[in-house]
Design a binder for this molecule. Structure first.
Ligand code: CTP
Length: 402
């Protein structure tokens, strides 16, 4: 495969030499496109010797070859590592003042960006907005690592290790369909927390793993993905915009805001059905005489049912999850069917939980039902396999809505 490796002008440019090695050793043809500033850190000879190809930041070095168009057109993947704050800003603005930015404008293949800069620059609202813009366009922006920076200081902004960047690059190059290209999907993940007082909450055991797998699978299939993550501690893969929330109400607001222009919404989050009627402003104290306080609960809005009943966009596909245990009133599937009819979603992914299955585990066993409660598909295996089965079931509904 042909890879363009863009290198911007940061101290971490030297690590791109290791990344270049990993990419060429895997059998790929890599053309390094440094920025002018990158050459202040690592010279042209290093890039040309290691890649066996010319390495210039200039559009005018090979005018007859029209490299500023050819490189982007021919690439199967563009990787920018390190991406400085300046490079992110130029890419987000669509500037074309050197060979790397012109290549980024021409390329229609996957683009992977590994930022590296000082923490203050990474956290500046301008950089935050530029990263959000790039992610909304489908660029896979890795989160920088936390650790030692250029000087004695440390924080978020370190270039991820070359092995990690190479792994993300290989995932993007892996053969696979990009059948969700041009689609925007919203996935909710994790479990909500409803505060009782400043230190306590009502919560659940959801890890967010299934929602993260759904988001990653959609990104790999070419979708622009927004993940609304409730109390998720696990890492989220590249190419996914993450909106972090805590409570059911915040999750509802974030999902509805993101879903306004979405083709599909998948509610994989475990949303609290009830929250405390009141949140104490100060920590609730033990009462004298061992009197336990009683807790008044109120129902939270059913986000899934709302999305299904009043679509935020015509033709929007709405998918729910149902975690069921089965009881005296019926087995897992009977409860799932009843829920499919009750919720009105286009698809309901019924998942057996309890006794070591479902929550927090790597493997899943699901049945996908349609709005009438009829079985559409079954999937068993890793949460990644289940995620792909869900998108496989969503695809025909998206096509029908067009
Ligand atoms: N859900 C939601 N809003 C809520 C509760 C749940 O959007 N307030 C969504 C979940 O994200 C999931 C689906 O509804 O996609 C199923 O949730 P579940 O809690 O299993 O369903 P309930 O309606 O709460 O049914 P029950 O508790 O009776 O099993």
């Amino acid at each position: 495969m042909r890879i363009v490796l863009g290198v911007a002008g940061g101290i971490a440019a030297y690590k791109a030499a290791v990344l270049l090695r990993l990419l060429t050793e895997a059998g790929h043809s890599v053309r390094v496109v440094p920025t002018r500033a990158a050459l202040e850190f690592v010279g042209r000879a290093t890039w040309e010797a290691l890649s066996g190809q010319p390495a210039t930041p200039e559009v005018f070095d090979d005018v007859t070859g029209v490299t500023h168009v050819a490189l982007g057109n021919e690439a199967d993947l563009v990787v920018v590592a390190p991406a400085t704050a300046d490079l992110l800003a130029r890419a987000a603005a669509g500037l074309a003042d050197d060979l790397l930015t012109t290549t980024l404008l021409v390329a229609r293949c996957p683009v992977l960006v590994a930022p590296a800069m000082h923490t203050q620059m990474w956290e500046h609202p301008a950089t935050v907005a530029n990263v959000a813009t790039l992610r909304a366009r489908g660029v896979h922006v890795l989160e920088p690592a936390v650790g030692r920076l250029t000087g004695a200081d440390s924080g978020a902004g370190r270039l991820p290790e070359p092995e990690e960047i190479a792994a993300a690059a290989f995932t993007l190059l892996a053969p696979g369909t990009r059948d969700l290209a041009g689609r925007h999907v919203v996935v909710s993940a994790g479990g909500t927390r409803e505060p009782l007082d400043p230190v306590r909450f009502l919560g659940n055991r959801s890890s967010g793993r299934q929602g993260i797998a759904l988001a990653a699978a959609a990104a790999r299939r070419g979708a622009v993905v927004t993940l609304v993550a409730a109390n998720v501690a696990l890492p989220v893969g590249p190419g996914v915009e993450v909106v972090r929330v805590e409570t059911a109400e915040q999750l509802r607001d974030a999902v509805r805001a993101a879903a306004k222009d979405a083709d599909a919404v998948v509610m994989a989050a475990a949303v609290a059905d009830f929250r405390p009627a009141a949140t104490a402003a100060a920590k609730i104290k033990k009462q004298p005489g061992g009197v336990a306080p009683s807790l008044e609960l109120v129902e939270t809005p059913d986000i899934l049912a709302e999305l299904a009943a009043r679509r935020l966009r015509s033709g929007q596909v709405v998918v729910g999850f149902a975690a069921e245990t089965g009881d005296a009133d019926g087995d897992v599937l009977a409860h799932g069917r009843a829920k499919a009819l009750r919720k009105g979603a286009d698809l309901l992914v019924v998942n057996a939980v309890g006794e070591g299955r479902g929550f927090g585990t790597a493997d899943n066993d699901v049945v996908i039902l349609d709005a009438a409660g009829d079985e559409v598909a079954r999937a068993a295996g890793s949460k990644d396999e289940v995620a792909h089965a869900v998108w496989d079931a969503v695809l025909p509904l998206l096509a029908a809505a067009r």
